[in-house]
Each structure stands twice: as C-alpha cells, then as structure tokens.
Design a protein around this ligand. Structure first.
Ligand SMILES: [Fe+2]
Ligand SMILES: [Fe+2]
Length: 145
C-alpha cells in the first residue's frame, strides 16, 4: 500500500494547488519505495522531493500574496514552510551521517507533517482565498474538525 493515499479530504478546490499536492504524494511514495536503498536512488528521490516542495511552497506563498490574505496568517504559514524545510534537511543530514533510523524518521515526519499541513493550514488558506475570490470552497472543508 502507498505510504500516502490521496483522497478527496485533501482537496482545496484550488486546481493548481491540488495538482501540486497530488504530485507531492507521488514523490513521497517514491521516496518511501526507495528508502531501503542507501544509494543514488534514495538521494535522487529525496532531491526531487525537496525541489518540488520548494517550488510548491513558493507557489503557495505567491498565491497567498496575490489573494490578499491576512498578513499575520500568511506569515505563520510561511514560517511553517520554512521550519519544515529546516527539519527535513536536519533529518536528511542525520541519514547521511549514517543513522539507520534517520530515513524512517524522515519519512514518518514528512508524511505526518504534509497530511496535517494540507488538511489544516492549506485548507484554511483555501477557505480564505475562496472567500476573497467569491468562489465556492469544496464541501469537505473542515469536515474533520
Ligand atoms: Fe501545500
Ligand atoms: Fe502550505
């Protein structure tokens, strides 16, 4: 079974953001499949995922600026992205330094963080953006809370 399963719960109703999130899930699953290889395959999967994460975060951050969302909320959202990148780099360095558990810790952290971030923080962004744009948010909004 895939490490990260896409479901409608993750939809924000912002097509480009949803497409990027689905791609992120696919890249995390590729990293998951490569985790037993301590070689280029794992390095490549991690590198591709990091590149995609950076592009995705900057796309979201420009989107939030354009949608004129509450600056305090945008600052918190940006800080969450920056902290996440710092943390995954620390875990990756630990893996490179030879820690056997680090690749598993990295995956567990990645999966838990991405799920929660999309379900709570990104969907909150989507609700505010839909409100600003006068469009309809998907019916799944905050269905879990
Ligand atoms: Fe996101
Ligand atoms: Fe985000």
């Amino acid at each position: 079974m895939a490490a990260m399963q896409w479901s409608v719960d993750f939809y924000t109703g912002l097509p480009e953001i949803d497409r990027q999130h689905e791609e992120l899930f696919a890249l995390v699953n590729r990293l998951h499949d490569a985790r037993t290889h301590r070689n280029e395959l794992l390095d490549q999967a991690f590198g591709d995922l990091c590149d995609y994460i950076r592009d995705h975060f900057s796309a979201e951050e420009s989107f939030m600026d354009q949608a004129s969302l509450d600056p305090a909320y945008v600052a918190r959202h940006r800080a969450a992205h920056a902290n996440f990148i710092m943390r995954i780099n620390e875990l990756w360095q630990a893996h490179r330094a030879g820690s056997d558990e680090a690749a598993d810790d990295l995956l567990a952290f990645l999966i838990a963080w991405l799920r929660e971030h999309i379900l709570i923080t990104d969907r909150k962004m989507a609700v505010a953006a839909h409100h600003h744009l006068g469009s309809d948010a998907p019916h799944n909004q905050f269905s879990h809370f």
